[in-house]
Design a protein around this ligand. Structure first.
Ligand SMILES: [Cu+2]
Length: 445
């Protein structure tokens, strides 16, 4: 769970004179911090209007306090160490101990006061992406407010005018700060809890990094050549599964603050995109989909009825985005004779290894890797190697999950006779039609 650092701790760092705005220093709420990288249980509201909370993949929701009829939150922008998956930790910037920052949850009509303390080595701001708020609360440094200098605390105050799914990120040295991981999600629940109600509600934001093998810092100037394609700054097999009870109505809210679009695909179901960061889509305008493209700087939310039990892959459909490091500079050797290649490579590099002449399936092969990186493709299922990385996880639909149980239910127990199976194939090649005059087939794998 989160630990609490009281106002005194915060004050000691920022100094009472640093407090800006109309509120007094003594009224700043505590800023909880998170030291876990796994999905925290839903944070049910203890005051204010009721709602069914979301869960954040490999993340958490920021606790708030009521102060009169204001809901108060406290974000602390600060350097963090984020584990992308076991074996790789990256020095990022984030909020309250992690990157991305905690999800902020509120209810349509709520008045919120969000304190932002800057513990970064440079100035920052927070922009509330997609939200209908007064211009002076929009967080664009220089344009709508002074930048928040290191050590200072600013306050954002506005009403949550519409429900939906939004994002937050700096508008201050934006390229560097977003490349360093400064972002998070905002979920505003409808005032009427029965409006488009679901049983399970997941949220995450997509971001990408180039972290060279053996190093610990992202290249903040990288525009295209990323090697870490993350959901909430985690890569497969480090991304939480989505445990779902059979028959649940499930909502998945996806933000994209990376540098490219991601077509997100769920197996075994069709879903409808029900909401964007612009608002709810009327039912009459919804289209059945199995993949939805999430553009850069946008949110897509889909609702799905989980009526098909099993382990269902859930991933970005750009195949390079389901890979980790070292997958992008390998030559295609499919069809090349392994013997000739080994000879040629052997002359140049006596310890070299020829690989890939039948594709790149690696099975259980392990290649030596430098410190602090992750294999290009990895992960094991009950039938063997999964050979994925990056933006990949599994929606696990089970009959017997309790209402708020989000623990990994383990591998699916397939009913007998429902798994693809091998047959004894005839020894002879099946007859194939060959057009007259075509050259003899020489391509040997
Ligand atoms: Cu992608």
């Amino acid at each position: 769970m989160f630990s609490r650092r009281g106002f005194l701790g915060t004050a000691a760092l920022v100094g009472a004179s640093a407090i800006q705005g109309r509120v007094q220093a003594a009224s700043i709420p505590e800023a909880p911090t998170m030291d876990k990288v796994v999905m925290q249980p839903p944070l049910h509201p203890t005051s204010g209007p009721d709602y069914r909370p979301v869960v954040t993949l490999n993340g958490w929701s920021l606790p708030f306090r009521m102060n009169g009829d204001w809901k108060e939150f406290h974000l602390v922008a600060e350097p963090v160490v984020r584990e992308f998956a076991e074996g790789m930790k990256v020095n990022l910037w984030g909020y309250n101990g992690q990157s991305p920052g905690p999800t902020i949850e509120a209810v349509e009509g709520d008045k919120v006061r969000i304190f932002v303390t800057n513990r970064l080595p440079e100035y920052t701001t927070v922009h509330w992406h997609g939200m209908i708020i007064p211009s002076g609360m929009d967080g664009v440094g220089g344009l709508t407010q002074p930048h928040i200098e290191p050590g200072k605390t600013f306050v954002y105050e506005f009403e949550m005018k519409k429900s939906g799914t939004f994002m937050y990120h700096p508008h201050s040295d934006e390229m560097v700060q977003m490349a360093m991981g400064m972002m998070g999600m905002v979920v505003v629940h409808p005032r009427d809890p029965s409006f488009r109600a679901v049983d399970r509600d997941f949220v995450f934001v997509m971001s990408t990094y180039r972290v060279d093998p053996g190093t610990y810092l992202p290249h903040v100037n990288e525009m295209t050549d990323f090697n870490m394609w993350t959901w909430n700054a985690r890569v497969f097999p480090g991304i939480d599964p989505l445990p779902v009870r059979l028959g649940d109505k499930v909502r998945v809210r996806i933000g994209n603050l990376s540098m490219t679009n991601h077509p997100i695909h769920l197996h075994g179901h069709s879903f409808a995109v029900t909401c964007t960061d612009g608002g709810w889509i009327p039912e009459s305008a919804q289209i059945p989909e199995t993949t939805t493209d999430v553009p850069v700087g946008a949110v897509r939310v889909f609702d799905v009825l989980a009526d098909n039990p099993g382990d269902w892959a859930f991933h970005c459909h750009k195949s390079h985005h389901t890979m980790n490091a070292m997958g992008h500079d390998v030559r295609n050797l499919i069809g090349v004779s392994r013997k000739d290649l080994a000879k040629a490579v052997g002359k140049l590099a006596p310890d070299g290894m020829a690989m890939g002449s039948t594709g790149m399936a690696m099975g259980n092969m392990e290649m030596p890797a430098p410190d602090n990186t992750l294999p290009m493709m990895t992960g094991t299922g009950q039938f063997g190697a999964i050979e994925m990385g990056g933006m990949f996880t599994v929606m696990k639909i089970r009959e017997d999950l309790a209402r708020d149980d989000y623990r990994d239910p383990g591998p699916y127990k397939f009913p007998q006779g429902t798994v693809a199976y091998e047959v004894a194939a005839p020894a002879a090649e099946p007859a194939r039609h060959k057009p007259p005059g075509s050259p003899p087939m020489k391509h040997k794998m």
